[in-house]
Write a protein that binds this ligand. Structure first.
Ligand SMILES: Cc1cc2nc3c(=O)[nH]c(=O)nc-3n(C[C@H](O)[C@H](O)[C@H](O)COP(=O)(O)OP(=O)(O)OC[C@H]3O[C@@H](n4cnc5c(N)ncnc54)[C@H](O)[C@@H]3O)c2cc1C
Ligand SMILES: NC(=O)c1ccc[n+]([C@@H]2O[C@H](COP(=O)([O-])OP(=O)(O)OC[C@H]3O[C@@H](n4cnc5c(N)ncnc54)[C@H](OP(=O)(O)O)[C@@H]3O)[C@@H](O)[C@H]2O)c1
Length: 436
């Protein structure tokens, strides 16, 4: 549905289910030569979408599964690709389902759990019990345990299935996976459906059975790295490409691999939509100071904030904490940042390089060093922003902020926790986070 929102401006209801199809107009690696990371700057065209955003918002990107992976899976199962299947989004061909409707790059727990039913479907009621267990060393493949139960000395007891009758070790593996949570996690962490089909063999899947239990394909969100007024008609992202090698095959994250390897600049149509934020926004009063902590791809919204503060000619001071592995390889947007620093848009700039010296330097270490001044800024009404890794960085930065407020604000640790978590975060809403 499209409806007017003012003079000549049309705002469209683009969403995850109804994304705007556009192209990438620029896509380049931000890392320096020799870097072992691949962090990309990716620019999407907004064209006539009517899509609007503000600094702080995120963009949703709808990935597609790699054609090679789809082809390989179809071939492994002897499907032509034209077979019809029924999916949560209605009927389509199996090729379309594997490309646009399911995540085929990571095998799902539900799919593995459903395998025992599929085995039964195929060959009548089958009870799988382990009559023999063999463990091999993962280093050299040698046999380290060979166990047979009492009644199973060479013979398979009644009601038991001999390993091998449903495909070598697949019964053992399946039994282990469904009965042991950590084995299951280990298994699905590094495998896709090509691996799973190899491990469990082709169990006579129909195309419909193949997709049952697969995870539905989900869009990914990316913090926007541009201000709409600074970078007119486009939306910019800072994307860490996920690449790894397991079981002798190179793999990528679904969406980052798609943007890096599958999307041809100016050609490939990609679905996008806006994910607006209500909370992670710049202070309405431009005279307020802001402190931004954004290591790695956490820099993205702060590039947007700095562009916006520059365009608005905001008088408040801007303090940026950034960090990554090395200044040579991972100083993202170095030229822009140095230029902003030179022109005084970045008032204070602290850079934490974690793999440059003998010891790791993280953003929170530099916060600690600047504790007194951070406290002065906060006492003076500064806003405090954090973006990037949720699991480790954001937690450590959070604790460091509490420690700083306690030490320099003359509060007990409990009072400081309350001040930060209730006062700054909830009441005054000037401690804001965009963590993932
Ligand atoms: C609000 C928000 C903002 C975000 N902003 C950004 C941003 O600005 N920039 C950015 O880059 N990302 C951002 N992200 C993360 C982004 O949405 C994706 O999660 C990320 O890009 C990975 O997506 P993918 O499809 O490439 O990987 P997926 O296919 O989803 O795979 C990622 C998963 O791969 C697994 N994995 C990683 N390494 C390995 C390994 N060695 N072996 C096995 N498995 C592994 C991990 O479990 C990880 O969760 C944001 C997320 C949110 C929620
Ligand atoms: N939740 C998630 O899924 C999630 C979130 C963020 C990033 N990632 C993934 O991580 C990869 C790289 O992401 P990225 O480029 O944004 O960088 P990043 O991994 O977040 O690293 C940026 C910097 O933060 C440092 N760091 C690590 N632990 C920290 C901590 N506890 N406190 C403060 N700093 C810490 C890193 O140092 P060292 O590496 O030297 O320790 C590095 O210098 C990508 O594959 C991305 O998808 C995943």
């Amino acid at each position: 549905m499209i409806h007017p929102v003012g003079l000549g401006v049309v705002m469209a209801d683009w969403s995850a289910k109804n994304p705007f199809m556009t192209t990438i107009s620029n896509n380049f690696v931000l890392n320096g030569e020799g870097s072992r990371k691949e962090t990309r700057h990716v620019v999407f065209e907004l064209k006539d979408s009517g899509l609007e955003y503000k600094a702080g918002d995120a963009l949703g990107v709808v990935p597609r599964c790699p054609t090679d992976l789809v082809d390989e899976l179809l071939e492994k199962l002897n499907f032509s690709g034209e077979e019809d299947v029924e999916t949560h989004l209605g009927g389509c061909t199996i090729r379309e389902a594997l490309t646009d409707r399911y995540e085929i790059h990571r095998v799902s727990k539900k799919w593995i759990e459903g395998l025992s039913n599929r085995i039964s479907d195929r060959s009548g009621p089958v009870e799988m019990k382990i009559v023999r267990r063999q463990r091999y060393s993962s280093n050299d493949g040698s046999l380290i345990v060979d166990w047979k139960n009492d009644s199973g000395q060479g013979e398979v007891p009644e009601g038991y299935v001999e390993i091998g009758s449903i495909g070598d070790n697949s019964a053992i593996l399946l039994n282990e996976l469904v009965s042991d949570k950590s084995s299951m996690e280990d298994y699905i962490w590094s495998r896709d459906y090509i691996d799973a089909i190899s491990d469990f063999r082709n169990m006579g899947f129909t195309p419909q059975q193949l997709i049952e239990g697969m995870d539905r394909l989900k869009p990914r969100l990316y913090s926007i790295a541009s201000s709409p007024e600074f970078e007119k008609g486009t939306v910019h992202l800072t994307v860490a490409i996920v690449r790894y090698n397991h079981h002798e095959r190179d793999r990528t994250g679904l969406c980052t691999g798609y943007m890096a390897d599958e999307c041809e600049t100016g050609e490939t149509e990609v679905g996008v939509f806006m994910s607006p934020t209500r909370s992670f926004v710049l202070p309405e009063d431009g005279s307020k100071d802001i402190i931004m902590v954004g290591p790695g791809t956490g820099i993205a919204p702060f590039r947007a904030f700095l562009q916006q503060r520059e365009i608005d000619k905001s008088e408040g001071r801007n303090w940026l904490f950034f960090g990554d592995w090395t200044s040579k390889g991972e100083y993202l947007y170095e030229e822009e940042m140095e230029e902003w620093k030179h022109r005084g848009v970045i008032t204070k700039h602290d850079l934490a390089w974690s793999r440059e010296g003998e010891e790791k330097v993280y953003v929170q270490h530099l916060m600690k060093k600047n504790g007194q001044e951070i406290w002065n800024w906060i006492e003076n009404g500064a806003y405090f922003y954090v973006c990037g890794d949720k699991q480790y960085m954001a937690k450590d930065v959070h604790q460091t902020l509490i420690d700083i407020c306690s030490e320099y604000g003359g509060m007990s640790p409990e009072e400081s926790k309350e001040f930060v978590e209730t006062g700054l975060m909830k009441t005054e809403k000037r401690y804001l986070r965009d963590v993932y």
